[in-house]
Design a protein around this ligand. Structure first.
Ligand SMILES: N[C@@H](CCC(=O)N[C@@H](CS)C(=O)NCC(=O)O)C(=O)O
Length: 374
């Protein structure tokens, strides 16, 4: 009896750990765990060196810390450089669910680089990337009909984003994140950091970009953009993750207060001007937009960012519609992938994987931002 009691407490403790839960992706796997064989295999999993999902990147204090990206090469307009800007040479691997990848897609569209740089989107929900370990990550479908918007890897026939990292660097031990900017010629990853990829797309391809004149990081606004990016990244883009992935109350409390203070600050700024750095669209707007568009549908519910809904902020809400309606942007927002991914790929937060019904906001509805003159 005592043994049984001890056993059940131990099992419950283990179940509270996200690293454990995230390894049990298929519903059947969770039941399997409760068999004795499953119990033994749980201990075997603990020797796996890599953490499995971003949710595992925790400090001792239960606060979420994002791990830096590792491929940091630059494509340059200088044709004698290692990675010169060329039409048809580079490929972008993305997930529509991912805000960081979506900002790269937005730049691709805004700059008119669709013909010069091809792209592929993965399936929305994380899956096992290998038979031999428990890693869960981005995978490609077997055919284009498996999930609308997702396509098989046309270049390397890879099954997962992980396979691309391993092709580029066989001893790679970091995270297998999207976006990935791939060089078809050298068969390697150029860069996997979205804040740098968007800078390359903004200027380095101007010889071939259809909208070469559009500069989303113009010299006269660079210091303002950098300053806005810094607090928007910390409190909003990454802030929602800090709320959602917090494992202790104080880490959540700190992140959620910072998040809503920053949203209040945006609301105030946007009551006086059309965009976040003035009356012209800049990189800072795209970076802010990718989080706002996911806010009411996902972050409010899934990441516990529910102090206020985005649609309760008149300026922020109309601003989100305004950016969404810029030609090209709506095609980078796939709400089906977004919802399926978040609610279905974080079993530590949403073990059932059930996707909530709302809020189905129509971002193509009229907005009031024309009241500001460009
Ligand atoms: N700093 C990176 C972050 C990219 C990132 O965290 N992507 C997430 C998806 S939203 C990812 O691929 N996560 C998979 C993992 O961590 O295993 C960037 O901005 O490009």
């Amino acid at each position: 009896m005592t043994l049984l009691l001890f056993g059940s407490i131990a099992v419950r403790r283990l179940c509270q750990r996200d690293t454990f839960y995230s390894s049990l992706s298929a519903p059947g796997a969770r039941n399997f765990f409760f068999s004795s064989i499953g119990f033994r295999s749980y201990f075997a999993k603990q020797t796996l060196p890599m953490s499995r999902v971003a949710l595992d990147d925790m400090t001792q204090t239960g606060a979420f810390i994002r791990v830096p990206s590792s491929f940091r090469n630059f494509i340059s307009k200088d044709q004698s450089s290692q990675f010169p800007a060329e039409s048809g040479r580079y490929h972008l691997y993305v997930s529509y669910a991912c805000p960081w990848a979506s900002r790269c897609l937005a730049f691709l569209r805004l700059k008119g680089l669709d013909k010069a740089i091809s792209y592929t989107a993965t399936k929305s929900v994380s899956e096992r990337t290998k038979e031999t370990d428990e890693h869960l990550g981005w995978v490609f479908p077997d055919s284009s009909t498996e999930e609308s918007g997702a396509n098989p890897d046309p270049l390397n026939g890879a099954r997962s984003i992980r396979e691309l990292y391993e092709l580029a660097s066989p001893n790679y031990s970091g995270r297998f994140t999207v976006p990935v900017l791939w060089d078809k010629k050298l068969k390697t990853i150029v860069n996997n950091e979205s804040s740098e990829i968007i800078r390359m797309l903004n200027k380095e391809f101007d010889e071939i970009a259809e909208n070469a004149d559009l500069d989303l990081y113009p010299p006269h606004l660079q210091s303002v953009i950098d300053e806005v990016n810094e607090w928007v990244y910390d409190a909003i883009n990454n802030g929602v993750y800090k709320c959602g992935f917090a494992k202790i109350q104080s880490a959540y409390d700190e992140a959620v207060v910072k998040l809503f203070d920053a949203l209040d600050k945006c609301e105030e700024i946007l009551s006086k001007q059309r965009y976040i750095c003035g009356n012209v669209l800049t990189e800072a707007d795209i970076r802010l937009f990718v989080t706002l568009i996911r806010f009411d549908e996902v972050y409010t519910v899934h990441f516990k960012c529910n102090k206020r809904l985005l649609r309760e902020y008149p300026n922020l809400f109309n601003y989100t519609k305004d950016v969404y309606q810029i030609p090209g942007i709506s095609s980078t927002v796939n709400m089906d992938h977004i919802k399926k991914h978040y609610y279905g790929s974080h079993p530590g937060i949403n073990p059932s994987g059930v996707v909530p019904i709302g809020s189905n906001i129509d971002y193509s509805a009229p907005h009031d931002r024309d009241r500001f003159h460009n």
